[in-house]
Design a protein around this ligand. Structure first.
Ligand code: FAD
Length: 317
């Protein structure tokens, strides 16, 4: 079922999760082990992230360095199919611009269509470590909106090869990313919102936000989106703080703020066991407040740790 149809039919706030593919060479059992404890809360859908290639230098005989491309977490499409098969629930593969040509993207979308996966979250992706800014693949897309346009075209039966006859249109529900605290490259929130609105006008049916720890930022963001004519559901993305170092790492990686109250309660903790408890308590409070606000769904970034998500879900759903 399409995410947007689930949101429309919902009588209360839905529960959903995002998982990462396991590191290359690891078994899919780790995915099942992280989903099993959460099935009791009936996740409406499971997002599976996409990870682009990275480049590393390997030392070879004779001392020279060889530049090697590696994909550390492959398997997004296969994992989505395996989850659907095992749990009979909807999956949302993430599709990114970075590292892909339009043709490669089209092939991935054809695979998803054949597998009966009818949801996609469309993203630009970040730059690889060796590049200071995002560089699109030659023949690929520069922004998420270009991906949205490609999927919308396929949904109306238009593939890249113009002269294909009797084509079967795809039927994807399109989600895109939004940033309550602004995307880090955007000169300001209004400009970022203008590009978000363009993604919605191009066919995105719902938005999932980057993680935030201060609900007021989400409330303000939703209100501003509404004022700017963005009417689609805006799903808050939530991460549970589990270690002291995350209080400085998350702002650096995701360009978000840690509220002073949360920071002070983390700083008082003597161990990460205590931080985890503080993080769970904060997220329970955040979740309840978001529900009261009328958030359509609470989307948890599990990041391989379903135990803490379970602790929150027990108190919220
Ligand atoms: P875009 O919407 O393309 O925006 C990128 C920047 O360009 C913004 O600053 C925007 O304001 C600006 N912009 C947009 N359109 C234009 C235009 N036409 N002209 C000029 N400027 C423009 N990354 C992964 O690699 N894999 C994942 O699985 C993944 N999942 C994610 C899930 C969620 C919910 C979120 C919030 C992020 C995820 N990301 C993922 C990270 C994401 O790829 C990065 O945040 C990336 O930097 C931006 O992606 P976007 O889709 O928001 O980009």
């Amino acid at each position: 079922m399409k995410v947007v149809d689930q949101l429309k039919a919902a009588k209360s706030t839905l529960f959903s999760i995002e998982i990462l593919p396991p590191l290359k060479g690891k078994s899919i059992q780790s995915i099942y082990d992280s989903i099993d404890p959460l099935m009791e809360f009936k996740p409406s859908f499971v997002d599976v992230t996409y990870h682009r290639e990275e480049y590393i230098y390997k030392k070879r005989d004779g001392g020279y360095l060889e530049k090697v491309s590696i994909r550390k977490r492959p398997g997004t499409v296969g994992i989505c199919a395996a989850i659907m098969n095992r749990y009979k629930i909807d999956t949302v593969p993430h599709i990114i611009c970075g590292g892909f040509t339009r043709e490669e993207t089209e092939s991935a979308l054809i695979d998803l269509h054949f597998l009966g996966i009818d949801n996609v979250l469309l993203l630009r992706g970040d730059s690889i470590k060796s590049e200071p800014a995002f560089v699109p693949e030659p023949g690929g897309h520069a922004y998420a909106i270009d991906l949205v346009k490609q999927v919308v075209a396929m949904n109306s039966g238009s593939y890249l090869e113009e002269d294909l006859a009797d084509v079967a249109p795809t039927n994807f529900c399109v989600g895109v990313a939004g940033y309550a605290e602004k995307h880090f490259e955007a000169p300001n929130l209004i400009n970022d919102m203008k590009h978000l609105k363009a993604k919605v006008d191009a066919g995105a049916e719902y938005i999932v936000t980057q993680m935030f720890f201060d609900n007021q930022k989400y409330f303000d963001f939703v209100n501003k989106c509404r004022e700017n004519g963005i009417t689609v559901p805006i799903i808050p993305g939530l991460k549970i703080l589990t270690a002291k170092k995350q209080a400085t790492a998350l702002p650096k990686i995701f360009h978000i703020d840690i509220p002073q109250d949360l920071l002070e309660s983390v700083e008082k903790c003597k161990s990460d066991v205590e931080v985890k408890e503080a993080g769970i308590a904060w997220c329970i409070q955040q979740s309840k407040e978001l529900m009261a606000f009328g958030a359509p769904c609470l989307h948890y970034y599990t990041m391989g740790s379903s135990e803490v998500t379970r602790r929150v879900a027990e108190k919220v759903f």
